[in-house]
Design a binder for this molecule. Structure first.
Ligand code: ATP
Ligand code: MG
Length: 577
C-alpha cells in the first residue's frame, strides 16, 4: 500500500461524538466513518482489520469442522412467525415490507433461516451432526447505538448453528465450539474470559459469553478468586448459605411497623439519608410487567441491584419491563417513589437476601410516607423468594469453599448457546433414528461480533498516541517512513524495501507523502502499525535504517542487507507473542 494512493484520512482532532477510545481512534485513524447512527463506512485500513478477524474466525471454524454458508440478510416474516419471535423480538427487529406489502425483517440472528434449510435437506440420523456458519452483516435496531463499532446497529457477525441427534452430541459440539472460541480469541491477541451467561432473546439453557477485559466494557462480570467460576453479574449464582446473608440486618431488634413522614423522599439514597438508615436496611419495591401482561412487585435490598435476566428466568417468561408510571400509580395508589410490599396490587417476589430480615424500611404506598420496622417473617410471611440480584465483588462463590467474587468490566465479543429443541420443535426440524422414530434435532448456536472484536482489541490495546494493534489484527505489518521523499537516495531505498518486504510476504504501508517526518511518525503511531522502518539521511549514509516496534521507545539500527530478515523475524515474533 502506498499512502498517497490510499484513503487514510487521519484527523488531528478527536471526533466530538466519540465516547470511548476505540471509536475515537478508529475515526481519527481514518478507518471508519459514521453514515447514520450506529451505521458505518469501513475505509481501507479499517476493513483490513475486519478482514483479519474474519480470516482467523474462518480458519478456526473450518478447522473445527463447521461449514461456511451465506444466508440472506433480508428474511421473510413467515419463518419468524413460525418460531414466535416475530411477536417477541421487539423493536430491535427491523421490519420491512416489499412492494407487495409482504413482511420481511433484516436478520439480527438466523436461527429460523438455518433451521429451515436443515429441515428441508436433512432427514436421517445419518445426516447428523452438522454445523453451518456464515460471516454476514446483521442489523439490530438498538435503543442506544453507541461506542462506535462496539454497539452498532449494522455490524458484522459470525453466526454458527449446529444440529444433532441427541443431547450428548450437542454437548460435545458445544465443547468443540468453546475450545474453538478460545483458539480464535487467543490468536486475536486478546485478554479475555469465558463466563457463564444468560441466554437472552436467543433462548436455550446453557450459555457462555467471551468477554474481553476492558474498563470501558458494558458488561459487568464476576470471577471467583479461588476456583474458575466466572459469570456475568446478571447470571452469576449466589451462595445461599447463612454466611451469604451476613450483611443482612438480622441482628436488628424486632420493632413494630410504623408509618413515617418522608416528604418528597423517593430514591433509596434520599430515604436512607433522611431517615439516617444504611441503604441495606431499605427495601426497593420495583414494579415489573411481564410479556404476558402480569404485574409483579419485586423486592430487593436497597444496596442491591436487580438482575432482570434472573427475574425473567424465575418468572419463566420471555421478557420483563419496568411498569410505567400509570401502572405504578394504579397498583400502589401513590406516586412514583413510595411503592411498598404491603397492600400493593401485584404479585410479590423477593430476593433471597431479604429472607428472615427485620427492622426494614419500605414504601407505604402513600405519597410522602414510608414504613419502618418491616419484619419479613411477621409481615411478609407468604413472600416467594428467589435469587434475583446481580452478583458483586465480595459475594461468596457458590461453587467452592471460601472463594470470593472479584468484579471486572468486559466487552462481549462472542457467545455460545445450547438451544435444545426450541427452534427445531417450533419449525419442525426432525430426523428419523435407526429405528425409524422421529425426533426433533438438538441445536446449539455460536456467535462472534467481528466488528466488535476489532473495537475491543483497541479498547484493550492503545496508548496516548494511538492504536496498538495485536500483530495478527494489524491492517498492515510494517510502516515505512522515508524522512524526506524528495531525497533520491532515500526514495530509492524506500522503494526497494517496499518491494522486498512485500516479496517476503509482509504487508507494507509506504508513506510516500511529501510530509515532515514528525507527521509521518505521528500517523504511524495513530494507525498502530506494529513495526516501523525509518530511512533517514544520516543513517542511510552509513548503510543503515531504523527499526522500531510500536510500543518500543528506542529504535534499533540495522544494516540495509539485514532489513528483510530482521523485520520478518520481528513480525513473526510479534505475531506469535
Ligand atoms: P449485547 O448483549 O451486547 O447486546 P447480544 O448478547 O444481544 O449482545 P448475541 O445475540 O449474543 O448479542 O450476538 C452475538 C455477538 O454479536 C455478540 O457476542 C457481540 O459480539 C455481537 N453483537 C451483538 N450486538 C451487537 C451490536 N449492536 N454491535 C456490534 N456487535 C454486536
Ligand atoms: Mg450475547
Amino acid at each position: 500500500m502506498r499512502y498517497r494512493q490510499s484513503l487514510i484520512p487521519t484527523l488531528r482532532q478527536d471526533p466530538a461524538e466519540a465516547e470511548v477510545v476505540s471509536h475515537r481512534l478508529l475515526v481519527r485513524a481514518g478507518m471508519i466513518r459514521q453514515v447514520a447512527r450506529g451505521i458505518y463506512d469501513f475505509l481501507p485500513l479499517g476493513l483490513r482489520a475486519v478482514r483479519k478477524v474474519e480470516a482467523i474466525v474462518r480458519e478456526e471454524m473450518n478447522r473445527a469442522g463447521a461449514q461456511e454458508i451465506l444466508m440472506p440478510a433480508i428474511c421473510p416474516a413467515e419463518l419468524w412467525q413460525e418460531s414466535g419471535r416475530w411477536e417477541h423480538y421487539g423493536k430491535e427487529l427491523l421490519r420491512i415490507k416489499d412492494r407487495h406489502e409482504r413482511d420481511f425483517c433484516f436478520g439480527p440472528t438466523h436461527e429460523e433461516i438455518v433451521t429451515d434449510i436443515v429441515r428441508r435437506e436433512l432427514h436421517s440420523y445419518r445426516d447428523l451432526p452438522l454445523n453451518l456458519y456464515q460471516i454476514q452483516t446483521k442489523f439490530r435496531d438498538e435503543v442506544r447505538p453507541r461506542f462506535g463499532l462496539m454497539r452498532g446497529r449494522e455490524f458484522i457477525m459470525k453466526d454458527a448453528y449446529s444440529f444433532h441427534a441427541d443431547f450428548a452430541d450437542c454437548q460435545r459440539e458445544y465443547q468443540n465450539m468453546f475450545a474453538t472460541y478460545q483458539r480464535i480469541f487467543d490468536r486475536c491477541g486478546l485478554l479475555y474470559r469465558p463466563v457463564e451467561a444468560d441466554t437472552g432473546a436467543i433462548g436455550g439453557t446453557l450459555s457462555h459469553e467471551f468477554q474481553v477485559l476492558a474498563d470501558s466494557g458494558e458488561d459487568a462480570i464476576v470471577s471467583c478468586d479461588k476456583c474458575d467460576y466466572a459469570a456475568n453479574v446478571e447470571k452469576a449464582e449466589l451462595a445461599r448459605s447463612p454466611e451469604s446473608d451476613v450483611q443482612s440486618p438480622k441482628s436488628h431488634a424486632t420493632a413494630p411497623l410504623r408509618k413515617v413522614h418522608t416528604p418528597e423522599q423517593r430514591t433509596i439514597d434520599e430515604v436512607a439519608t433522611f431517615l439516617g438508615e444504611p441503604r441495606e436496611r431499605l427495601v426497593k419495591t420495583l414494579l415489573y410487567v411481564t410479556d404476558t401482561g402480569a404485574l409483579v412487585a419485586v423486592l430487593i435490598r436497597g444496596d442491591h441491584e436487580l438482575s432482570e435476566a434472573k427475574l425473567k428466568n424465575v418468572l419463566s417468561c420471555q421478557g420483563v419491563a419496568l411498569a410505567d408510571e400509570a401502572a405504578v400509580v394504579e397498583a400502589t395508589g401513590a406516586p412514583l417513589g413510595f411503592a411498598g410490599p404491603l397492600g400493593v396490587k401485584a404479585s410479590l417476589i423477593g430476593d433471597w437476601a431479604l429472607r428472615g430480615t427485620h427492622g426494614l424500611v419500605c414504601g407505604a404506598n402513600e405519597r410522602d410516607y414510608h414504613l419502618t420496622g418491616l419484619d419479613q417473617e411477621r409481615d411478609l410471611s407468604l413472600l416467594r423468594f428467589a435469587d434475583l440480584r446481580q452478583a458483586r465483588a465480595g459475594d461468596a462463590c457458590p461453587r467452592c469453599q471460601g472463594g470470593v467474587f472479584t468484579a471486572h468490566r468486559g466487552i462481549e465479543v462472542g457467545q455460545t448457546f445450547y438451544l435444545g429443541t426450541k427452534y427445531s420443535t417450533a419449525l419442525n426440524a426432525t430426523y428419523l433414528d435407526a429405528q425409524g422414530q422421529q425426533h426433533p434435532m438438538e441445536m446449539g448456536c455460536y456467535g462472534i461480533g467481528i466488528t466488535r472484536t476489532v473495537a475491543a482489541a483497541i479498547e484493550q490495546h492503545h496508548d496516548g498516541n494511538g492504536i496498538i494493534w495485536p500483530a495478527p489484527l494489524a491492517p498492515v505489518d510494517v510502516y515505512i517512513v522515508p524522512v524526506n521523499w524528495n531525497d533520491a537516495a532515500i526514495r530509492q531505498t524506500a522503494e526497494e524495501l517496499y518491494t522486498k518486504l512485500g516479496g517476503a510476504g509482509l504487508e507494507v504501508l509506504l508513506d510516500d507523502r511529501d510530509e515532515r517526518p514528525g507527521v509521518k511518525f505521528k500517523d504511524a503511531d495513530l494507525l498502530g502499525i506494529p513495526l516501523r522502518v525509518t530511512i533517514g539521511t544520516k543513517t542511510l549514509a552509513r548503510g543503515m535504517v531504523e527499526l522500531k516496534g510500536r510500543t518500543e521507545t528506542q529504535a534499533t539500527e540495522i544494516a540495509l542487507a539485514e532489513v528483510v530478515a530482521t523485520v520478518a523475524r520481528a513480525h513473526k515474533g510479534a505475531a506469535s507473542a
